[in-house]
Ligand binder design. Structure first.
Ligand code: GTP
Length: 254
């Protein structure tokens, strides 16, 4: 089994990508097991063969007096107690690919101590990768322009995830159907050479931006950077190819 963990800021398209990439795999004669790890989600666009909501009741935690963030933190802690059962359910899917949809608020999931243990328990020694989804709409500055600082700050978040999880990582700029042709042109130039962002920034923040991008590039990068759209299905084949490369070229989660 290959585990793919979809991570990204709220609304970046994790659930939609779990759906469309699962369908893409099935259309290409592979099988997918969809795992929902978000206890707070109300509706999913796909059927989750494995769903944490069967074991963790987020609403009950809210009713017990915790706020939304406190209830999410507690939920993530509670998921770990069910890791063995979740792993068993995943094995029963008998699928090549396990697509894991993670909670919307990335900081309440990725940066909890229990999360690393949870991933280890779920993956159980099978090859795993992070797919970090970047929401194109956050990159849009104004019509026909992209915001280099937004791009750099999301790349830095990608670097943070890379050092947090220490797993093979594929970075996907999602919802590119919402970008104009000019914005796509600008994005393609940054993706070809992230250092070219230097031409679009200035001042004190510009220096920091350039230094951070250089640090990412000089250290070997944060993994492949692709574009995708769940609407047009652009990039799903490239995502598959990048995952294959990361599974065969990457290291196991230790
Ligand atoms: P949370 O778990 O709530 O953080 O959201 P999420 O990251 O799972 O995002 P979700 O899949 O719910 O998508 C958020 C919104 O973006 C929905 O309205 C989707 O229909 C829309 N969306 C997702 N992918 C795309 C895309 O590629 N293009 C466009 N245009 N919209 C998209």
């Amino acid at each position: 089994m290959y585990f793919v963990y979809f991570l990204g800021t709220a609304g970046s398209g994790k659930s939609t990508m779990t759906k469309v990439f699962g369908e893409w795999l099935e259309d290409h004669e592979m099988s997918a097991c969809r795992v929902n790890l978000d206890p707070a989600v109300k509706q999913l666009p796909y059927f989750a063969e494995v769903d944490v909501r069967r074991y963790v009741d987020y609403n009950e935690l809210l009713e017990s007096g915790l706020g939304p963030n406190g209830a999410m933190v507690k939920s993530v802690d509670l998921i770990l107690q069910h890791a063995t059962t979740l792993r068993k359910e995943i094995e029963e899917c008998l699928s090549n690919y396990v697509l894991v949809d993670t909670p919307g608020q990335i900081e309440l999931f990725a940066y909890r101590k229990v999360t690393l243990e949870l991933l280890r328990e779920l993956s159980g020694g099978d090859k795993s990768a992070i797919v970090y989804l970047i929401d194109s709409t956050i990159l849009s500055k104004e019509e026909n322009q992209l915001d280099p600082y937004a791009f750099a700050s999301l790349a830095v978040l990608g670097a943070s995830l890379k050092i947090r999880f220490r797993l093979p990582q594929v970075n996907v700029i999602n919802k590119v159907d919402l970008l104009s042709m000019e914005q796509r042109f600008q994005l393609d130039a940054w993706l070809e050479d992230m250092r070219s962002i230097a031409y679009s920034v200035g001042g004190e923040e510009g220096t920091l931006t350039i230094r951070l991008i250089e640090a990412i590039e000089d250290s070997g990068g944060i993994g492949e950077m692709l574009v995708s759209s769940a609407v047009t299905e652009e990039g799903l084949d490239s995502l598959y190819a990048a995952l294959q490369r990361s599974f065969y070229g990457g290291e196991d989660y230790a």
